[in-house]
Design a protein around this ligand. Structure first.
Ligand code: NAP
Length: 283
């Protein structure tokens, strides 16, 4: 078997074009411009690159975009004050605080200070709880993008065995919940899982969200499986995923590349969530 590529860049472009058209419509007919504020604290290079990608993506679809670049000495109190202001700012429909935050700032406290209706990252306990309960919520962008990619295969997910590797609150856990909602049978693996290989070998759908380059080898992939690789790690200046792509491509029916798979979808889902926030807040 030779896997078909789930091209995150191409799919993202289609979705972003649709968002751009909707933004034009909202502006022309209702005078609404969706607005996103991104807050970054400190000088982590990778985080600054992500923030600039988000800013450019917002501008391209016609959103109002504000970026707050704060020094690493910023206190928790100062950050909370800025979030208060953004919570009350009518131009801003969505607020995203770029993670990780410097030591001494409690990420959970910061995320829970964002109004749930502006929590376009979906990290607030209210949105996480609603996702678990199957209620309408903001779904974290990476797992939302992962599900969108899986749906593009047009496979019926009912009864499929999905194995998610990674149990973080921002990727693995919500990805498992979303797949469960699609009636897949879900196994979530993590660093304490015994015999990871045995679990992965049984998977019709593999979602890798670990951050260990090429942890998932080709011989662990069942013939015809859908393989989604969210992992990203720089190795010798090159971005490498959690899945050994060449080997896995020979077994899978569909596979995402790294880069160009889950990454672009994450930003696209942030745009979708911001558009949704703008529409809900103006109802
Ligand atoms: P994280 O918080 O570090 O979580 C990693 C998970 O992997 C943990 O649950 C950990 O288990 C598990 N794990 C670690 N080593 C393992 C092993 N050898 N076998 C099985 N499980 C193992 O990371 P994250 O934030 O979820 O991100 C995961 C990956 O996705 C990273 O590479 C990150 O860069 C990438 N990512 C990409 C995007 C994107 O837009 N493309 C967005 C977000 C994240 P324990 O819970 O037991 O520690």
């Amino acid at each position: 078997m030779c896997a078909k590529i789930l091209d995150g860049r191409k799919i993202s472009k289609e979705i972003r074009n649709a968002i751009m058209n909707e933004v034009h419509h909202l502006k022309d007919h209702y005078g609404i411009t969706p607005g996103l504020a991104v807050v970054i604290v400190g000088d982590d290079d990778a985080s600054h690159v992500y923030v600039s990608m988000k800013e450019k993506a917002c501008q391209k679809v016609g959103f109002h975009s504000e970026v707050y670049k704060l020094p690493k000495e910023t206190t928790e109190k100062e950050l909370l004050t800025l979030i208060d202001e953004l919570n009350h700012n009518e131009k801003i429909n969505g607020i995203l605080v770029q993670l990780p935050l410097p030591k001494g700032i409690d990420e959970n406290l910061i995320n829970s200070h964002i109004l749930p209706m502006k929590d376009v990252d979906g990290f607030h306990a209210v949105n996480a709880g609603k996702l678990l309960l199957g209620e309408e919520s903001f779904v974290p962008c990476t797992p939302k993008g992962i599900l969108e990619l899986i749906k593009r295969t047009e496979e019926d997910l009912t009864g499929k065995h999905a194995v998610v590797i990674g149990r973080s609150n921002i990727v693995g856990k919500p990805a498992g919940v979303l797949l469960l909602k699609e009636n897949a049978t879900v196994t979530i693996c993590h660093s304490k899982t015994k015999n990871l290989e045995k679990h992965v070998k049984m998977a019709d759908i593999v979602v890798a969200a670990v951050g260990v380059p090429e942890l998932i080898k080709g011989d662990m992939i069942k013939d015809g499986a859908i393989v989604i690789d969210a992992g990203t790690r720089k190795v010798n200046g090159k971005l490498v995923g959690d899945v050994a792509f060449e080997e896995a491509s020979k077994k899978a029916s569909w596979i995402t590349p790294v880069p160009g798979g889950v990454g672009p979808m994450t930003i696209t889902m942030l745009l979708e969530n911001t558009l949704k926030a703008a529409k809900t807040q103006c109802e």
